[in-house]
Design a protein around this ligand. Structure first.
Ligand code: NAD
Length: 310
């Protein structure tokens, strides 16, 4: 006869692995309907991706984005430029895309060559065409709780937490990693929802103390195995944003920043890597692309008094 402890464990609800692919699919269906309506009103959604220099590094991302765009009826053009292209020339090309009404979104692929700092290129994209949500104006709007186009990964990570159906009001959340495009925007998005947020980084003295007291933990660092089960409060949600390639017995594989098996034992909800935040990030890019096209349509109507360019 099994012991009471075993019976209790067997009848306990199973840990919930948050399925990013399913959520991404739902978002894509909404986006596809929006794209069809925009196209019918004279505003087809068209994205232009810009890679410079080591275009091989971003090839997988570009291919994923291109397929995802096609799946919702968006046009996607991938442009590769040589690594020695001048800063003036490339920003001139971006300015041209900014003023071309047939282009509704611009994506700057990383890494960029050293003489073309990523932030400078990102700044040259018009905020209304910044589908990655990384222009300083769009990042800054988050501080004012004005979320039009947020940085895709941060918004995707928060969407994954929403999947738990936990109320965010007063929720204790620890965010590990404070980069400008992931950790910090996550903290602001959560504060806007009423969460109490602690932000940890490489100088944090006692990471486990902060993670253990949280109802939800976000980790975006880039270090496999950084978060272990012992660092979590039982039942907490763990949103793993890290993407790391490690050697496995069957060759290289992709893992997050958490020890999945150990954390799965303790957490109430956990995101897998791959199949968690990643697919939702691409879906958010598509959602931003729709938002961008709608904002440009409204701006065009307000400026020219016409609904669409001829
Ligand atoms: P980053 O290098 O800009 O920032 C890393 C952050 O981790 C910094 O805030 C740093 O202080 C912190 N950190 C470093 N060591 C730490 C430690 N020991 N303890 C606590 N904090 C520590 O990285 P990023 O661009 O924010 O990306 C983070 C991770 O997220 C990477 O693995 C990246 O590949 C991944 N990422 C995933 C997606 C996605 O779509 N899922 C998108 C972007 C980035």
């Amino acid at each position: 006869m099994p012991s009471t402890a075993v019976l209790a464990r067997e009848s306990a609800p199973s840990h919930k692995v948050l399925d990013g692919r399913a959520l991404a699919q739902r978002i894509r269906a909404e986006v596809a309907a929006d794209v069809a309506a925009l196209t019918a009103s004279g505003w087809p959604v068209r994205l232009v991706s810009i890679s410079a220099g080591d275009t091989e590094a971003a090839r997988l991302y570009v291919r994923n984005q291109s397929r995802a765009a096609a799946s919702v009826g968006m046009d996607f053009e991938a442009r590769d430029y040589p690594g020695d292209i001048g800063s003036e020339e490339l920003t001139g090309i971006i300015q041209g895309l900014n003023t071309d009404p047939r282009v509704t979104g611009i994506i700057i692929q990383r890494p960029t060559p050293a003489h073309l700092p990523e932030r400078r290129l990102q700044r040259s994209v018009h905020p209304l065409k910044d589908v990655e949500g990384m222009h300083p104006a769009n990042i800054g709007n988050i501080v004012y709780n004005d979320l039009k186009m947020g940085p895709c990964t941060a918004v995707a990570a928060v969407e994954m937490l929403r999947e738990t159906r936990m109320s965010l009001k007063g929720l204790e959340v620890t965010v590990i990693g404070h980069s400008a495009i992931v950790g910090k925007p996550i903290a602001f998005l959560l504060m806007a929802e009423g969460a109490t947020v602690t932000v940890c980084h490489h100088m944090t003295r006692n990471l486990a103390m902060h993670s253990r007291s949280a109802d939800a933990v976000f980790v975006a660092v880039g270090k496999p195995g950084l978060v272990i089960g012992d660092m979590l409060k039982p039942g907490a949600a763990l949103i793993d944003i890290g993407i790391n390639q490690v050697d496995g017995p069957d060759g290289p594989r992709v893992v997050g920043d958490a020890d999945f098996d150990g954390c799965h034992e303790v957490a109430g909800w956990i995101t897998p890597v791959p199949g968690g935040v990643g697919p939702v990030t691409v879906a958010m890019l598509l959602r931003n692309a729709v938002t961008a096209a709608k904002l440009q349509r409204d701006h065009y109507a307000a400026t020219f008094g016409e609904t669409a360019p001829g």
